[in-house]
Design a protein around this ligand. Structure first.
Ligand code: FES
Length: 143
């Protein structure tokens, strides 16, 4: 059986505990298991934006801030998200549900403005769609 890459291991660590981050203790355990220095593991965890070493919300919202999305009105979407969630970039909602992050191009320029919530892609966003999308994600948690 093929060995898992550090990236795969970090994804697994991050998915544990519902806080979407690479816990220091788990990184130490991974270091012991793989014999890879902890600094290197932490280096990978801090290099890639998909990982965080700080606790985050259950769902990560990544809104694209690149040119196509900007020209298509991403700023209005950003403002609506901030208003609905009552948080700024890098922050997590009080209930621990959502963390809001900026992203570079998500590869969905043809349907800009665009965002991802976890692995789900949303394009052709309008301010009106934001409350519905957030509601659906919250409801999905209850199923
Ligand atoms: S510029 Fe936003 S998805 Fe490409």
């Amino acid at each position: 059986m093929a060995k898992k890459s550090i990236i795969d291991e970090l994804h697994e660590i991050q998915s544990l505990g519902g806080k979407n981050y690479v816990d220091r203790e788990k990184a130490e355990e991974l270091s012991e298991k793989t014999k890879i220095p902890e600094a290197k593991i932490y280096g990978v965890a801090t290099f890639y934006t998909m990982f965080s070493v700080k606790p985050r919300g259950k769902h990560i919202i990544r809104i694209c801030r690149n040119l196509s999305c900007h020209l298509a009105g991403a700023e209005n979407i950003v403002n609506k998200l901030k208003e609905e969630l009552k948080i700024d970039f890098g922050e997590t909602t009080e209930d621990g549900e959502f963390t809001l992050e900026e992203s570079s191009c998500l590869g969905m320029c043809s349907v800009s403005p665009a965002m991802m919530i976890d692995e789900m892609a949303f394009g052709n966003l309008t301010e009106e769609k934001i409350p519905q999308i957030l509601k659906k994600v919250r409801e999905g948690d209850k199923k």
